[in-house]
Design a protein around this ligand. Structure first.
Ligand code: SAH
Length: 490
């Protein structure tokens, strides 16, 4: 399948800067489902054309879907996956043109917000359930001049009539980033089939890529439903994200079952029913067990997000006081709704506060334990030192529990392209040895010892999906919030 980007006008050469790919050579990229090539068929001062060509192996794709049987015996061999623009083209955009899609241009940052005369040409689009009117309804409100032409089934046999496919050209004076975001979201919507399993990850991607335009799009409901493969619980989660300004009631009922990573493959085990549970539920149980084993009475959940751990601990542990801290008011609002639904004796043990973990905060002192569940990877690596300081030097509880993704295990997970991360907001994901190196440095700097562990089913080569560490304080290197942080780090 193919995406061709044309840029015309005096700034046409800006396109290659923004795409972060040199115009004088073709480049090839391996993807989990095939490979992509980026090249420039035309590059002149007033007209630059870039082409993204994606080749997929439909048979391998079909084999890689255990549990999904083909609709007909020949379906794995005769299908439109190699040529119809689909979510695989979106994945290729994210993989090959990730910098442009995320609005980064290191060498010429001023170009990111520059509107250019752009045209995106998609030679083959399956506009399911709506044809050219659907293409118009999706791209028209985004300011595109939309041109469609229907492809015939076979030009040599005109009597066979039209095919269900369209050639689509979208023209606008817009930024490369906006155009790529629109394509990234709309290609799977037009195709109405995802090549991978959707999980809460997809909600994140939709919310992130559509943040500036989807909430007000007249076809938002259709876009959300199709992008999330008609999974109602995920759609509600997405709607809650769009409405996090509080203008509508936030639905929280079903989130737990569709959490991030919840659909990753997991072994069924009759002997140990917990083994069949979603990964995030297993993390919560693992943390609860570690806290209870240490007789923790006061715990602080740092980066508590939507409050799943704090409410779980209130319901399923004897811990007397549970504080949740997060920087995001939207996440805390959902957490508060969860807390409000607890029974009175559970609710009174929970407190939620807003705060940032990269600043020293006296409110984090006086706990027996602090937990950081899937949080550190959301902090830029250069700012992680400040989080370490505020957690290990200032809050400095006797016990700190940390979990983070094991990057090696991504290789064993469907739907993650090679080299990609699990979540659009992750700033890094570490291998097991990188995590141990971090734990070693933190422990020796702040007077803790640590033990690493694993959560989730272990792959023989790549290990478990989640890696964990339990730090216990052995030496008092505590600092007060008023001290200058450098005195501690020195
Ligand atoms: N611990 C939760 C949420 C993990 S997502 C769970 O396991 O489900 C990461 C969370 O960290 C988000 O809610 C995000 O808002 C929060 N976060 C990111 N940076 C932060 C910071 N500097 N201070 C406090 N919270 C932060």
């Amino acid at each position: 399948m193919l995406l061709i980007l044309h840029c015309t006008g005096p700034d046409a050469e800006d396109l290659s800067w923004l795409l972060h790919k040199r115009p004088d050579r073709a480049q090839t990229f391996d993807l989990s489902f095939g490979r992509a090539q980026l090249f420039y068929p035309h590059n002149a001062p007033e007209h630059c054309t870039a082409a993204l060509l994606v080749e997929v192996d439909p048979v391998a794709l079909s084999r890689g879907r255990p549990g999904q049987s083909p609709t007909t015996p020949l379906e794995p061999y005769v299908n439109d996956r190699p040529y119809a623009a689909s979510s695989m083209l979106s994945s290729a955009i994210a993989h090959v043109l990730g910098s442009a899609l995320n609005g980064r241009c290191e060498k010429r940052p001023e170009l990111v917000d520059r509107a250019l005369e752009l045209e995106a040409h998609l030679p083959v689009v399956a506009a399911q359930g709506g044809g050219e009117a659907l293409v118009q309804r999706l791209f028209g409100p985004l300011g595109y001049d939309v041109h469609t032409s229907r492809l015939v089934l076979d030009p040599h046999f005109q009597e066979w009539g039209p095919s269900p496919y369209w050639s689509v050209r979208l023209r606008a004076k817009t930024t490369v980033r906006s155009m790529l975001e629109h394509l990234y979201v709309m290609l799977p919507v037009l195709d109405d089939a995802q090549h991978y399993w959707v999980s809460e990850n997809e909600v994140e991607k939709l919310a992130h890529k559509g943040r500036d335009w989807l909430a007000k799009h007249p076809e938002r409901a259709l876009v959300t439903a199709r992008f999330l493969k008609h999974q109602r619980a995920l759609e509600r989660l997405a709607e809650a994200r769009f409405d996090s300004d509080g203008s509508r009631e936030t639905a929280i009922e079903d989130h737990g079952e569709h959490d991030l990573e919840a659909r990753w493959p997991r072994a069924e085990s009759a002997a140990d029913p917990a083994k069949g549970a979603p990964l995030d539920a297993r993390r919560r149980e693992w943390v609860r067990d570690a806290l209870v084993a240490r007789h923790v009475r006061r715990v602080v959940d740092l980066g508590c997000g939507e409050g799943k751990l704090v409410t779980f601990l209130a319901q399923h542990s004897p811990i007397g006081h549970i504080t949740g801290v997060d920087v995001s008011p939207a996440a805390l609002e959902i957490a508060q709704k969860r807390v409000d639904r607890l029974g009175p004796s559970q609710r009174e043990r929970v407190e939620l506060i807003q705060g940032s973990l990269v600043y020293r905060d006296a409110r984090l002192q006086g706990f027996d334990a602090a937990v950081l569940i899937e949080v550190i990877e959301h902090i830029d690596e250069e700012r992680l030192r400040w989080l370490e300081d505020s957690v290990f030097a200032v809050a400095a509880p006797p016990c700190v529990i940390v979990t983070t993704p094991n990057r090696e295990a991504n290789a064993a997970m469907p739907g993650i392209a090679a080299g990609a991360m699990r979540h659009s907001d992750h700033r890094f994901e570490w291998t097991r040895s990188e995590f141990v190196a971090w734990c070693t440095r933190v422990a020796s700097t702040y007077g803790y010892r640590f033990e690493v562990g694993a959560i989730g089913d272990e792959h023989p080569e790549f290990g478990a999906p989640t890696q964990s560490a339990i730090f216990e304080r052995v030496r008092d290197a505590r600092a007060t919030p008023e001290q200058r942080p450098t005195e501690v780090n020195a």
